[in-house]
Design a binder for this molecule. Structure first.
Ligand code: ARG
Length: 570
């Protein structure tokens, strides 16, 4: 348990004890200002109201029962009944010195199996910016679960099985040298699509090929396979550039489920859940109505017998819950698919495709907007290719570095530009609440001020340089003795890393980690202004070096959970 949870538990117990009821909530949070302590419990007021007691008096009674000496130097009652807790320097000192430098946050002792579906682009199109957010956010969440010792199973649910593939393989088979054209997938799709739209005979051959492909025709399958292989290769290259952990082993695409779809329908049918509507087979659930109050169907099989996106997802839920034994299945997918996920989760539960304990969660994210407030596009209105975006980020970072630090070697400039450019794109995305739409803005994301990647990377590099200048080992043991208000602030902030990581695993909002790291960097800067490190001596110097070291380690670890590599110099 982290400190916040420990305080919550202790104070809640005291409340329950006094009230003679269970499950009272202390509602412990960080205090807004240090005059109100470090933590504040706000739960007394609600309880006092229920018990019809004076809240201030109740708070005094709670306080008399509390045994917080191990953590707190004092506890004060304030206002109408807030309990303010001032953490002691001894506790902070002891905790910091006991930290394991290689782990910082204790691994979980109750590992869960977490299945996470993210990135998951459609292979019938080149991966574009629309998939960027999910890829970046999903990767940060994955890294955090893994680091905390959970069993994490990544699923890249590529769209590789649909009518578009008929068009693509037909174009491939009829085009001399089409396979070489695949090196530029974008051009290839456009050419195929153009023929499909303008040439009715081509279109009907394409439709025949879909049927052939789906019934396992050797030649069609071979063409499809070679197309998919090239596409996956393209995605893998992007992941590598972006430092995303997805590998080819994580590819469990739509086609993986093709032989399970008939079984899903049969199962739903046996349970009497299917209704025929205009020839299509649907599940109607009471909870889903359109604006007019009419029942909204989840269509699982079209009138021509074809299956849908939803059918595959139902098969996916069954596989993930039953075969992979997931405790939680996380879907990092665009918010616009919210209704789809609500529907399939409800159908899956009703049909018993999942077990009671398995939690299905749509971790939705908003749209990436251009500065005009419309979904992000190039000036000519095309969707932006991811690879171009990344290259541009690196180029912009390069010019910045050249302007700031022209003396670095060419190689160093290149290396730094790669890290800064990619990190800027990733961090800008991670630092926003994933539910909101976000405006893509190079100037903001590459700025050295504010909650940005360059600022964070710079903060880390600056601490590294303290050790480098003094020729000290940043990994050695330095004994910390917390004393003085700036040191205390920093020590407390450092220990709160655990709280942030724990919270991230519950709600999956990486922006909270970004905010924490940004505040940590700021707390460090205030400490560093007031407390000389290399110019101090003896125990104090050791202790301050220890605080610098833990700050560096925490920044590095925190950024690495976000999928961002640090630089020792910038
Ligand atoms: N391929 C889909 C798209 O590009 C996303 C898939 C998300 N995952 C899922 N299991 N439906 O919109």
């Amino acid at each position: 348990m982290n400190l916040k949870q420990t305080l919550e538990q202790n104070i809640s117990l005291a409340l329950s004890d006094l009230a003679g009821e269970t499950a009272c909530q202390a509602l412990v949070n960080h205090s807004k200002s240090s005059q109100f302590g470090d933590y504040q419990a706000n739960g007394v007021m609600a309880l006092a109201k229920r018990l019809k007691q004076n809240p201030r008096e109740l708070a005094e009674q709670v306080n008399a029962k509390l045994e917080l000496d191990e953590f707190a130097e004092r506890v004060e009652i304030a206002g109408p009944g807030f309990i303010n807790i001032f953490i002691s320097n001894e506790f902070l000192t002891q905790q910091l010195n006991a930290l394991d430098k290689s782990q910082l946050v204790d691994k979980t002792n109750a590992p869960q199996t977490i299945v996470i579906d993210y990135s998951s682009p459609n292979l019938a199109k080149e991966m574009h910016v629309g998939h960027l957010r999910g890829t970046i956010i999903g990767d940060a969440i994955s890294r955090t679960f893994e680091w905390m010792g959970h069993k994490l199973i990544r699923q890249n649910h590529f769209g590789d099985w649909g009518t578009q593939f008929g068009m693509l393989i037909t174009h491939m088979s009829e085009q001399d040298g089409a396979t070489t054209e695949l090196s530029n997938l974008e051009v290839f799709y456009r050419a195929a699509k153009q023929r499909f739209d303008n040439d009715t005979e081509f279109a009907s051959r394409a439709r025949e090929n879909v049927v052939k492909l789906q019934s396992g025709d050797k030649q069609c399958v071979q063409l499809w396979k070679s197309f998919i292989d090239v596409s996956i290769q393209h995605c893998q290259e992007l992941y590598q550039k972006l430092n995303i952990t997805l590998t080819e082993n994580d590819v469990v695409p739509e086609s993986f489920y093709k032989n399970k779809l008939a079984g899903v329908i049969e199962n739903l049918d046996n349970q009497g859940l299917l209704t025929l509507s205009d020839g299509a087979r649907c599940v109607f659930l009471d909870d889903f109505k359109n604006k007019e109050g009419e029942a909204l169907p989840t269509i699982v099989q079209k009138s021509d017998g074809g299956y849908l996106y939803a059918t595959t997802d139902l098969a996916g839920i069954e596989y993930r819950c039953q075969d992979l034994h997931a405790d939680r299945v996380l879907y990092v997918v665009d918010a616009r698919q919210g209704l789809h996920f609500q529907q399939i989760f409800a159908v899956a539960k009703l049909a018993g495709l999942t077990n009671e304990e398995c939690s299905l969660e749509h971790l939705s994210y908003g749209t990436m907007m251009g500065q005009d407030g419309k979904p992000f596009k190039t000036r000519s209105g095309d969707t932006i290719k991811l690879i171009d975006l990344i290259e541009e980020g690196i180029e912009r970072a390069y010019s910045q570095i050249e302007a700031k630090n022209p003396d670095l070697s060419e190689l160093e400039k290149q290396e730094i530009a790669e890290v800064v450019g990619v990190s800027a794109i990733k961090y800008a995305d991670l630092a926003k609440n994933r539910n909101s739409d976000y405006v893509f803005d190079w100037d903001i994301m590459l700025s050295f001020e504010g909650n940005t990647a360059p600022y964070m990377l710079y903060a880390y590099a600056r601490i590294s340089s303290i050790f480098r200048r003094a020729e000290l080992d940043i990994n050695a043991d330095y004994k910390v003795i917390v004393d003085g208000s700036e040191e205390k602030e920093l020590a407390l902030k450092l220990l709160q890393f655990t709280e942030v990581v724990d919270a991230l695993l519950v709600e999956c909002f990486p922006n909270q980690l970004c905010l924490y790291l940004y505040e940590l960097a700021g707390t460090f800067m205030s400490f560093y202004e007031v407390c000389p490190v290399l110019k101090s001596e003896g125990e104090i110097k050791q202790s301050r070096l220890g605080l610098c070291q833990f700050t560096a380690l925490t920044l590095k670890q925190g950024l690495s959970l976000l999928g961002i590599n640090t630089l020792d110099r910038m």
